[in-house]
Design a binder for this molecule. Structure first.
Ligand SMILES: Nc1nc2c(ncn2[C@@H]2O[C@H](COP(=O)(O)OP(=O)(O)OP(=O)(O)O)[C@@H](O)[C@H]2O)c(=O)[nH]1
Ligand SMILES: [Mg+2]
Length: 298
């Protein structure tokens, strides 16, 4: 089966292929072709600095080397941001999910629950988005559908108290993974950040070393803009990895490269739809094949 990335990145790949078709075998790329290639990279939602650096890498390459050199550099950039998540020494592994509103946090929680379930892990979900009543209902529905434990309080409750209860319940029940959903919006962004801080602190009290992972969920359709919106989370929420959602809904998808280069954090998962099964683990090589075609990354 063709990889998810080949399917999701078709439009960007076609555009890049068109630009690369301007190369004349045996010669170096001329400046018009390089300009077109840079435009195609930008069109794929690869940020301007990253695009310029990629062009620099192939500026003096012979035509037949351009694609493999681009592929190698893209893989290098993505891999440089990779790193293992922290493991839980004992007790449950606590994963905190953060991000701007509507980015796909709650859906990602459901997908992660399903992912861990399929590996035989016992999962517990914490509904720590108490800002909207509907948020708890949405999560409860997923928990019922997936058959995983849910800890929730009425809306308007204290998110940190929910996280605290959830961690205690997880320890008591012997859960392997705790997934904490959070609000994407509060009255002010400052409130939101201090709330996330509080959630982290209470988590630590119950589960030493937690949260083991703080996942920032980023809407792939918002590209460079979304990355800017998420900047505050990157600065103050202790983010350890990213989830890029809605890759099925964007024809571009190159933002992953900018994330790796600028943010220096690994992309852990990619969301490719609204079902709980629509989650894939990020793979740098498959992603680059999606952008440049299968031959390029061999
Ligand atoms: N096509 C597509 N839609 C997605 C994906 N992930 C989430 N969505 C949709 O995006 C919308 C928002 O998702 P939520 O999971 O509710 O987002 P959230 O970040 O929890 O939103 P708030 O709690 O309001 O901050 C929903 O309609 C989801 O079905 C994805 O990977 N692909
Ligand atoms: Mg939500």
């Amino acid at each position: 089966m063709a990889s998810i990335f080949l399917r999701a990145l078709t439009r960007s790949r076609d555009r890049l292929a068109e630009a690369l078709a301007g190369l004349v075998p045996g010669r170096r790329a001329d400046s018009a072709t390089l300009d077109e290639l840079e435009a195609a990279l930008l069109g794929a939602d690869i940020g301007p600095e990253t695009a310029a650096e990629l062009i620099d890498v192939v500026r003096d390459a012979r035509a037949e080397d351009v694609r493999p050199a681009l592929a190698a550099e893209m893989v290098r950039v993505l891999k440089s941001a990779e790193g293992p998540g922290a493991d839980a020494a004992t007790g449950p592994r606590v994963v905190l999910v953060v991000g701007v509103n509507g980015s796909g946090k709650t859906t990602t929680i459901a997908k992660l629950a399903s992912f861990h379930q399929s590996r035989g892990d016992r999962v517990l979900i914490a509904a720590a988005d108490t800002f909207r009543a509907a948020a708890v209902d949405q999560l409860r529905l997923w928990a019922e559908r997936l058959g995983v434990d849910l800890i929730a309080q009425g809306s308007g409750g204290d998110p940190a108290a929910v996280a605290f209860d959830a961690c205690q319940a997880a320890v008591a029940r012997g859960s392997d993974v705790v997934l904490i959903d959070t609000a994407g919006r509060l009255h002010t962004q400052g409130n939101l950040m201090s709330e996330l801080d509080k959630i982290r602190r209470v988590t630590q009290k119950v589960v030493p070393g937690g949260p083991h992972e703080v996942l920032l969920v980023l809407d792939g359709t918002t590209g460079q803009n979304g990355l800017r919106q998420a900047e505050e989370f990157l600065q103050s929420a202790g983010v350890t990895g990213l989830v890029l959602t809605k890759l099925d809904g964007t024809a571009r998808g190159g933002v992953a490269l900018t994330i790796a280069r600028r943010v220096g954090l690994p992309i852990r998962f990619v969301g490719v739809g609204e079902r709980d099964s629509d989650l894939v683990e990020f793979d740098a090589r498959e992603y680059v094949e999606g952008l440049l075609g299968t031959e390029a990354a061999e």
